[in-house]
Each structure stands twice: as C-alpha cells, then as structure tokens.
Write a protein that binds this ligand. Structure first.
Ligand code: SF4
Length: 266
C-alpha cells in the first residue's frame, strides 16, 4: 500500500499526533492508569452533523474539507513510532467506516505487533464493527439519539437515518456481546429530554456489558443557530435520576476536554 494516499484531518497543523486519554477505562475499572492514545482522524464521514467539530458537514466530493492527503508509508511510519512509545492507536474520523480497508490493515498490524487498537465510530456500520472486532481492544461508539426524527435532524443523514439508527443499536450490541469495553457517547443539547435519555438507558442496560460507559457530551455551541448548549446543572440532575433508576449503568458527563478532570462521573 506504499503509494496509496489517504485523506487525514490535521490537528493543530499536525497529522496523527493528537494525544487523548481513554479516561472511561479507568472509570469502569478496566485499567488503573490513563491510557494515552494517538489519534488518526480519517478525512471522510457518512454523516453530516452540523455541530461537528471536525467539519464533517462540510465536504468536497466525498471528503471533509481541510483534509490532507498523506501517503500510507508515512502513516505506517507513525504507527511504528507511536507503538514504540507505548501509545494505543485510535482510528477515528471523520469516521473510519469510510476507510474499511486501511483501518483493517492498520488494526491487524498493530495487534500483530502486540499493541493496542481502539476505534471511534459513529455506529452506522455493524458489518465494519464485525470485521474489526478481533483486532480491537476497546471502542467509542456514538448514540446521538434513539428517536428517529431527532437522530435524522442531528446527523443530517436524510433518508438513510432510520437504517443508521438501527445499525447503531446493532453495533453497540455487537461490541457488548463480545464483551469489549465501549464508551457510548450521546451529544446533549439544551432540548435533550430526560424521557429520551431513559429510553437510551433501558437499551444500554439490555446490552449487559460491565465495561460499557455512557458519556453524555455537552454540546459547546459550534453550530450556528440550530442547536443550543445545555446547562450543566440540568444535565447532572437528569443523569443522577437516571443513575438512581439504573444503578448498573456507568454514566459520565464530558464537560470539557481537560482529560479526566473534564469527565464527571455520576
Ligand atoms: S459522525 Fe462525527 S465526524 Fe461524522 S459528521 Fe458527525 S460528529 Fe462529525
């Protein structure tokens, strides 16, 4: 694949150098120390969320505007460097389901070298999840809404939205069935209803995955007009009531991106 070029989203001008920590793994007790991940953000996504901080709604042809085309050999070199330095390789986006072949090649390679692989996925493609399941250590999967109309509005996926919503539930069930740790991420706006969060809680409880952590991500207001940020106190109160009703669920609120301190466990 040496001469293959792949669209990648830079972070602060750099490619495949962003570091994040998988804080949810400590919250579930799966690890005791923070696991640092190097993030490879592919420059394509099958959703068009208007609030996307990676610009996923803004595309040139199939690819997200601002993507940089990088030779596979350069990505492979960085995979080796990050592995030597002890990082988990997180394949993210955009969405890696739009780059199935290269995602699988990298994940298999990392596992063969004894490294750790994590995938961040919008949930739309359970076949992709199935293909990668043997090469992954933990996942992050979005469940942006469990209500068809709202899901459609949030994701901008038009007449494919029902299929994508069903697929998302399947993806989360599949990862849980294989007993793989997963952070399920739900974006929270000011009009998110507690009754919807209860519907999601019921579904997540049915997944019976002890290493499933549900993160309510507070919308921070990047999208003009359409969505509004929620109040932290209101979300915290809702989350506490849900935790009381579903004590088996591990629930957190992502307030900001300041590592573990930005993730409030309920
Ligand atoms: S699924 Fe994620 S990357 Fe894709 S448009 Fe939505 S927020 Fe952006």
């Amino acid at each position: 694949m040496d001469n293959v070029r792949i669209p990648v989203l830079p972070y602060r001008g750099e490619i495949f150098e962003e570091v994040r920590y998988a804080n949810f793994l400590e919250k579930t007790g799966y690890t005791t120390t923070p696991l640092p991940m190097k993030i490879l953000s592919f420059g394509g996504c099958n959703y068009s969320c208007t609030y996307c901080k990676r610009n996923g709604h803004s595309k040139e042809g199939k690819y997200i505007k601002g993507s940089v085309w990088v030779e596979f050999s350069e990505i492979a070199r960085k995979v080796n460097k990050h592995l030597r330095q002890g990082y988990t390789i997180r394949l993210s986006g955009g969405d890696p389901c739009c780059f199935k072949g290269v995602t699988k090649v990298i994940a298999r390679y990392v596992k063969k070298k004894g490294g750790r692989v994590s995938i961040a996925h919008n949930g739309s493609d359970p076949e992709f999840v199935q293909q990668l399941i043997d090469y992954t250590d933990f996942w992050a999967i979005d469940l942006k809404s469990i209500r068809p109309d709202r899901f459609r509005r949030i994701t901008g996926t038009g007449n494919k939205s029902n299929e994508y919503l069903n697929n998302t539930l399947m993806s989360i069930s599949l990862v849980s069935w294989y007993d793989i740790p997963v952070e399920v991420r739900t974006i929270i706006f000011d009009d998110t209803e507690e009754s919807e969060l209860i519907e999601i809680a019921k579904f997540l409880k049915s997944c019976a995955n002890l290493n499933l952590y549900w993160t309510l991500r507070l919308y921070k207001g990047q999208a003009a007009g359409k969505f509004k940020p929620p109040e932290l106190t209101k979300v915290t109160d809702m989350a506490r009531r849900i935790k009381e009703a579903y004590p088996v669920l591990k629930i957190g609120i992502r307030k900001n991106w300041n590592g573990e301190s930005g993730l409030l466990t309920i």
